[in-house]
Design a protein around this ligand. Structure first.
Ligand SMILES: *[C@@H]1O[C@H](CO)[C@@H](O)[C@H](O)[C@H]1NC(C)=O
Ligand SMILES: *[C@@H]1O[C@H](CO)[C@@H](O)[C@H](O)[C@H]1NC(C)=O
Ligand SMILES: *[C@@H]1O[C@H](CO)[C@@H](O)[C@H](O)[C@H]1NC(C)=O
Ligand SMILES: *[C@@H]1O[C@H](CO)[C@@H](O)[C@H](O)[C@H]1NC(C)=O
Ligand SMILES: *[C@@H]1O[C@H](CO)[C@@H](O)[C@H](O)[C@H]1NC(C)=O
Ligand SMILES: *[C@@H]1O[C@H](CO)[C@@H](O)[C@H](O)[C@H]1NC(C)=O
Ligand SMILES: *[C@@H]1O[C@H](CO)[C@@H](O)[C@H](O)[C@H]1NC(C)=O
Length: 576
């Protein structure tokens, strides 16, 4: 009984776990010395090609630790409360609970809960085949252990290599085995909108039409701890539905729970279809309370962005935008494994207001922007949606505040559209140490698209947005900004070394081996590149039609330290 409550109200997969985990512990104990050597070859037995996806992300140190040290598994079963002792240095123990396992196209994310902060553990992902009474006892070799991929900073989740289909996953024989839930059939985030006490729920799996309002009467929200027990659930009608963002009234008793700040076990929320064949999506979403916006102390301009493994570009982007008037950054981190946390921490030490939000969800860019816009509304009058390689440029020396002030007195203006120019490698063959604004000065002549700065207060409540454009409340207007006043320099085609990462990211999304001739028709492909990540011989001179040194000159004037000749984001050269 006690055990059931601990594992989150007795989900289906928690049942029967004690039997299988003690069996598993025995197998693990007996086979320990064997495991590390069979793990990799065993992995191929399942006939799935993991190699191209997994190898680049495994750190050798972790692999070594697994190969040489089995104390983690050999340790006697510690207690029924699934306590894992921290391995190195101390005998402090802490408890760990796997809240959820979610299966993504290339890995499984385990969401964890700790009794204290996560020490550096060499965690191991344990896999167990679907229970099959006729084979499981005779083929223990079908069990796998693989090193977990642990980020270099404290976080609430760790990643495990993809589980073979049907396998369950765990981190210790003491913990229950979980069957990973698929990422594309899931309620994954929720926000409590304090402006009218509604709950905004982000879900995957209904395949709502893009860019359209859907019929909200077909949905309702469900609040509770265990969706398998309808008796204990609260439902409330949906007010809007679009792009898999459902807004519902919040039941008063749920509101009450959230008003007490320290709710230890907030309920989950999910979305249910109504009528025949009704389904309730599984959920990992506990509504998060947002700050009510107050006009006082509000920032004039904030930025929302989504990124993955681009931390090295952040200092230039943030220091520059701070100078022209951005006051706060919301970074939606799509599962980076670079040093993003340290980079953000050092920017914070220099008083830049930057926050990072984990957003590992697949194909959810629009939802991420909607999530960010709602969150930013409590802090910011205007929010820009730009990428880390995009820089707002005001050729006339005005700041963003000068420009925005003109629109603050026109409350019917909800969106400012800004033209983007795409810059090419500008003759460079290696990454410019001065950064992108000084390094790249040649671009295509025609603008490629535009980006928006929006007033989050006047977004349409459905939060529909299409490629960076939000629908606005009825009666609200947008304006196209004059190119002479403000544009965006988009350093889109950088030196090959940088560009090829972007290329890889795009193609890799659903293709294990990115050289497969798939996605060939994708509009995201760079013109003329085909599927080969091989540097075209004329790359450095491509995408160059107009010399545009405006931002370079402004940045050189405004930022270069006269003493050292360096820009603030430039790494000090070796002085010896
Ligand atoms: C280990 O536990 C013992 C007894 O609780 C304690 O005296 C000792 O200081 C602990 N050692 C470390 C390194 O925490
Ligand atoms: C919240 O806002 C939505 C959209 O404007 C509206 O449909 C709904 O009725 C509001 N809910 C409450 C509780 O006021
Ligand atoms: C939201 O709910 C709280 C608690 O029930 C109530 O005090 C508050 O007035 C409500 N706010 C709105 C905008 O309805
Ligand atoms: C995050 O990155 C993965 C892998 O590149 C991709 O599949 C996914 O769609 C991205 N998510 C968002 C929200 O862009
Ligand atoms: C911008 O300011 C700098 C220095 O204050 C000045 O040299 C430059 O002429 C100004 N540019 C414009 C377009 O006003
Ligand atoms: C603000 O509006 C005034 C009047 O239309 C105009 O003269 C001025 O240049 C504008 N300033 C900016 C920064 O757009
Ligand atoms: C850009 O300027 C360089 C150096 O002045 C010149 O060689 C080149 O032809 C120019 N490119 C374009 C596209 O105007």
């Amino acid at each position: 009984m006690k055990d059931r409550r601990r594992t989150g109200g007795g989900r289906a997969w928690a049942r029967g776990s004690s039997a299988s985990s003690s069996w598993f512990a025995l197998v693990a104990f007996l086979c320990c010395p064997l495991f590390a050597t069979v793990a990799f070859s065993t992995f191929r037995i399942f006939g799935v090609s993991f190699r191209s996806v997994l190898l680049p992300t495994w750190q050798t140190s972790v692999i070594n630790a697994v190969a040489t040290d089995h104390s983690f598994l050999r340790r006697e079963s510690i207690s029924a409360t699934a306590t894992i002792a921290a391995k190195r240095g101390s005998n402090n123990s802490f408890s760990i609970r796997i809240q959820e396992a979610i299966s993504f196209p290339d890995q499984v994310l385990l969401f964890l809960q700790f009794s204290s902060s996560l020490p550096r553990l060499d965690l191991v992902c344990l896999y167990s085949p679907p229970s099959n009474p006729t084979t499981s006892s005779s083929s223990p070799v079908a069990d796998l252990r693989l090193p977990a991929i642990i980020p270099s900073f404290p976080t609430s989740f760790i990643r495990c290599p993809l589980a073979p289909r049907g396998f369950s996953i765990s981190l210790s024989p003491d913990l229950p085995l979980l069957k990973p839930r698929p990422w594309d059939h899931l309620t994954y985030a929720a926000l409590l909108d304090p402006h009218n006490n509604s709950t905004v729920v982000f879900a995957k799996g209904f395949n709502l039409r893009p860019a359209r309002l859907s019929d909200h009467s077909r949905y309702e929200c469900v609040f509770g701890w265990n969706f398998a027990k309808p008796k204990y659930l609260l439902t409330s009608p949906a007010l809007t539905a679009a792009q898999e963002i459902i807004r519902c009234n919040t039941p008063p008793s749920v509101l009450l729970r959230f008003r007490s700040q320290s709710e230890p076990n907030p309920p989950l929320v999910s979305v249910k279809t109504k009528g025949r064949g009704a389904i309730t999506l599984p959920s990992v979403a506990r509504p998060e309370t947002l700050r009510l916006s107050s006009r006082k102390n509000r920032h004039t301009m904030c930025v929302c962005t989504m990124m993955r493994n681009q931390a090295r570009f952040l200092p230039e982007w943030i220091i520059y935008h701070s100078r022209i008037g951005v006051e706060r950054w919301f970074i939606y981190d799509n599962d980076s494994d670079d040093d993003i946390e340290q980079v953000i921490e050092s920017l914070r030490m220099s008083n830049y207001v930057v926050s990072r939000h984990l957003w590992p969800w697949v194909k959810t860019q629009e939802a991420g922007f909607a999530h960010c816009a709602l969150r930013a509304r409590g802090y910011c009058e205007w929010v820009g949606f730009i990428d880390v390689d995009e820089f707002l440029y005001l050729p006339t020396n005005f700041t963003l505040h000068d420009v925005l002030q003109n629109y603050s007195s026109m409350p019917w203006i909800g969106e400012l559209r800004t033209t983007c120019y795409s810059f090419g490698p500008s003759g460079r063959k290696t990454t410019p140490s001065e950064g992108v604004m000084v390094g790249y000065t040649c671009r295509l002549g025609a603008p490629e698209r535009h980006k928006s700065i929006v007033r989050p207060e006047v977004l349409n409540p459905s939060l529909i947005n299409v490629v960076h454009h939000f629908h606005l409340k009825e009666g609200m207007k947008y304006v196209n900004m004059e190119k002479g006043l403000i544009v965006i320099n988009h350093y889109k085609y950088q030196v090959w070394e940088v560009f090829k990462e972007k290329f890889y990211r795009r193609v890799a999304t659903y293709v294990a081996d990115w050289q497969n001739e798939e996605n060939v028709g994708s509009k995201d492909r760079a013109p003329g590149l085909g599927t080969k990540a091989v540097e075209p011989s004329d790359w450095s001179s491509r995408f160059c039609e107009v010399n545009d040194t405006g931002l370079r000159d402004w940045v050189s004037m405004a930022f270069i330290d006269p003493q050292t000749g360096l820009l603030p984001w430039q790494k000090r050269r070796n002085l010896i």
